[in-house]
Ligand binder design. Structure first.
Ligand SMILES: CC(C)(COP(=O)(O)OP(=O)(O)OC[C@H]1O[C@@H](n2cnc3c(N)ncnc32)[C@H](O)[C@@H]1OP(=O)(O)O)[C@@H](O)C(=O)NCCC(=O)NCCS
Length: 199
């Protein structure tokens, strides 16, 4: 095995629960314990217009929801991606999702993404959850640089990225096709492991 492969192998995302008190982040997967069930929770989230536009999760029925959970389990098993269900810390109501995945594991380059259910928005939950996941990724998996890309029109996501310590680096022109079937310009934000913790 080459030196690079050996190094990459050490940078696995290992399942963990991140307890923020009123919010708890648990690994998504078939055994995810979500109030009312993970599959109904995913189906409701996928039907939200903002998630369908900015963060389509390819869940339309029970089978595709289970496929989503299987992809999450596979990501954890390989150490390539870390998908967390963001849950109410009291009753495990589904609040959202934060994921972190390697785009180049040997080079320790990763990307994060997030969505919240409509009822969970507007109280900083995405910022707190994303900060927790990115700090955990830096501390435990050795992520060197984590990127966030969002459509230029998605102001709320831009604010979350900035509040999580990911300054904007530039605009990617027509770089991604979103849920409306159109290519949008995106802002690229990034946080380096050497950056200071956000205030
Ligand atoms: C993006 C998202 C996760 C933000 O989560 P949130 O916890 O609700 O964020 P907040 O309500 O705390 O808002 C963050 C900031 O955006 C602003 N904001 C929120 N909604 C906005 C809107 N529709 N237009 C403009 N600004 C908005 C808030 O005022 C806040 O600004 P501040 O930092 O100056 O206080 C959530 O809106 C969401 O899930 N959207 C749908 C999916 C999505 O866009 N995912 C990201 C894909 S890159």
């Amino acid at each position: 095995m080459s030196t690079v492969e050996t190094a990459a192998d050490q940078h696995a995302f290992v399942p963990v629960t991140l307890d923020l008190g009123d919010i708890v982040l648990r690994p998504w997967g078939r055994t995810a314990d979500v109030r009312g069930g993970a599959v109904p929770g995913l189906l409701a989230a996928a039907a939200d217009p903002a998630i369908a536009l900015w963060n389509p999760i390819r869940v339309t029925d029970e089978a595709s929801a289970e496929a989503f959970l299987d992809r999450c389990d596979a990501g954890w098993a390989s150490g390539d991606s870390a998908a967390f269900a963001v849950l109410d810390g009291t009753d495990a109501t589904l609040l959202g999702n934060v994921s972190l995945r390697w785009t180049n594991r040997a080079d320790r380059l990763a990307m994060t993404g997030y969505w919240l259910t409509p009822a969970a928005r507007g109280r900083g939950a995405a910022t707190r959850a994303t900060r927790a996941v990115t700090s955990w990724g830096i501390a435990t998996a050795g992520t060197r640089r984590i990127e966030i890309a969002h459509a230029v029109g998605n102001t709320a996501s831009c604010r979350v990225a900035e509040r999580c310590g990911f300054p904007a680096e530039g605009t990617l022109r027509e770089s991604h096709r979103f849920g409306d079937g159109k290519y949008h310009d995106e802002h690229l934000h990034a946080r380096l492991a050497t950056d200071p913790e956000p205030a």
